[in-house]
Design a protein around this ligand. Structure first.
Ligand SMILES: Cc1cc2nc3c(=O)[nH]c(=O)nc-3n(C[C@H](O)[C@H](O)[C@H](O)COP(=O)(O)O)c2cc1C
Length: 176
């Protein structure tokens, strides 16, 4: 696995967290060689697991993106400037199963450095990620409160842990 400067990565996290849960961040999944899709995510967490800097995302199996994430073990997470909030809303309420979100929005792809999945050109911050673990939520282990609030329909999130292989940003660190 490629190593990144973790202390630099952590400096960017508070900025990213302010975008969560809304307007969210854009995750690009799939690969340029097959098909890529973009989904808005509002729930994720960071930490160190297996001595790697790791991001954990939650994606419901009903999302088209889940199908791509199941087969491609790479993705990018992109923090967009506020001018893209309408695009975040669009990508969070339309499915790539029926439309090409790149064609329908002003999002432009950029080749990534460590992964086959594209990054987004105007992103303020991009994390290139490699999946280490895919798991699920066990309903029997969930609190009744969470179960009632988020899973009445039984569409339990999948949880994916991925190492962060590369970080790029155009943000002035003094502004963070
Ligand atoms: C602000 C916001 C945050 C969202 N966060 C998540 C999330 O963390 N996980 C998830 O599965 N869906 C989340 N969604 C819903 C998906 O983005 C939405 O269902 C999307 O249309 C799925 O696209 P797809 O079918 O192309 O994958 C969010 C939507 C919005 C607007």
């Amino acid at each position: 696995m490629n190593k990144i400067n973790v202390s630099v990565l952590w400096d960017f996290i508070p900025y990213m967290m302010k975008k969560l849960p809304s307007p969210g961040v854009l995750l690009v999944c799939g690969s340029e060689e097959t098909r890529e899709n973009v989904i808005t995510l509002g729930w994720l967490q960071f930490g160190v697991i297996w001595n790697e800097p790791v991001v954990s995302i939650l994606v419901r199996p009903t999302r088209y993106s889940f199908e791509l994430l199941k087969f491609h073990n790479e993705f990018t997470i992109n923090v967009m400037p506020d001018e893209y909030n309408d695009v975040l809303q669009f990508c969070g309420s339309n499915s790539g199963r029926y439309i090409d979100k790149f064609a329908e929005t002003r999002l432009k792809k950029l080749k990534s450095r460590e992964v086959k999945t594209s990054s987004l050109k105007d992103a303020e911050l991009t994390l290139e990620c490699k999946t280490l673990y895919k798991g699920g939520i066990f309903p029997d282990n969930l609190s009744d409160l969470v179960l009632a609030k988020f899973y009445r329909d039984g569409d339990y999130h999948a949880m994916i842990d991925a190492s962060i292989s590369y970080v790029k940003s155009n943000l002035e660190r003094s502004l963070l």
